[in-house]
Design a protein around this ligand. Structure first.
Ligand SMILES: [Mn+2]
Length: 272
């Protein structure tokens, strides 16, 4: 098994300007992804009901694509819910929102990603309390995902987006305290470039825990458009026998089609 390529499609109006390669037109994005030789698409929808399961099943079959993962960030972007809020009601809203996306993704064989929905500690919620909320939520949602037949993907973010777990060492230590064994790590090279002393070493620290990769450059432009050292990254991924997706989560720079082309070229050069 080797690393497989994927490209992001955002269906979220409120996320415009964000780091997603294709926007809004699922059919056109799937056609272009297939034409460029991608293995899969990663879909970011506003909520579970907005994941067009039947249409996606049809489009991916037509183009011999898979669905690599589905995002849950709509709960934060649109509703401002997250898993570490002080009131139990908001935390429950966040969990229910994520649970429904896990279920929709599972119908396509795609795991859900918890990124911005993890939240942060602030105000009345201490860091210790927030990590306890996160631990409980990942245990519960991880087991829910297991019953649905998919892993649950947790994405450490950089310090400007979360103050919970920013680095591989801390994330792995936290992961070891979970009761569920169904949570895997999303290694996002953009976040890692901000936080890690050495990205390749951090990938080795994650080791077998990595279940997904956001393949992007240092400036969040497509791979090859910044100063990321992909040779070192590729050898670390080979060392840990990484064989899941490398997904283009990058700005559509200079435009969607060019970003998708740049990423697949870099993928073929370094990871294929
Ligand atoms: Mn990411």
């Amino acid at each position: 098994m080797s690393i497989q390529s994927a490209v992001t499609i955002s269906l979220v109006k409120e996320a415009e300007g964000g780091p997603f390669v294709f926007w809004h037109d699922l059919a056109a994005a799937c056609a272009k992804a297939a034409e460029l030789g991608y293995d899969a698409v990663e879909v970011f929808a506003p909520n579970a009901d907005a994941i067009p399961v039947d249409e996606l099943r049809q489009l991916t079959q037509q183009h011999s694509l898979k669905v690599a993962a589905v995002g849950t960030g709509g709960g934060w972007v649109i509703h401002k819910w997250h898993l570490c809020q002080p009131d139990a009601g908001s935390r429950d809203n966040a969990k229910n929102f994520i649970r429904s996306i896990i279920d929709a993704g599972a119908q396509l064989g795609a795991p859900a990603i918890i990124g911005s929905m993890q939240g942060r500690f602030e105000g009345a919620v201490s860091r210790e309390q927030a990590l306890e909320y996160l631990r409980a939520a990942l245990n519960e949602l991880g087991e829910h995902a297991k019953a649905a037949g998919v892993p649950l993907i947790y994405e450490p973010l950089n310090r400007y987006e979360s103050n919970l777990l920013n680095r591989a060492e801390d994330t792995v230590a936290f992961l070891d305290t979970l009761d569920t064994n169904n949570v895997v790590i999303l290694a996002d090279l953009f976040h890692m470039n901000i936080e890690e002393a050495n990205i390749a070493d951090a990938l080795r620290t994650y080791g077998k825990h990595i279940g997904h990769l956001h393949f992007v450059d240092s400036n969040r432009r497509p791979a090859g458009c910044g100063h990321m050292d992909y040779t070192a990254i590729a050898s670390a991924l080979k060392e840990i026998s990484y064989d899941r997706y490398a997904s283009a989560e990058a700005f559509p720079w200079p435009d969607s089609d060019s970003a998708a082309k740049a990423t697949i070229d870099a993928f073929n050069q370094y990871l294929a």
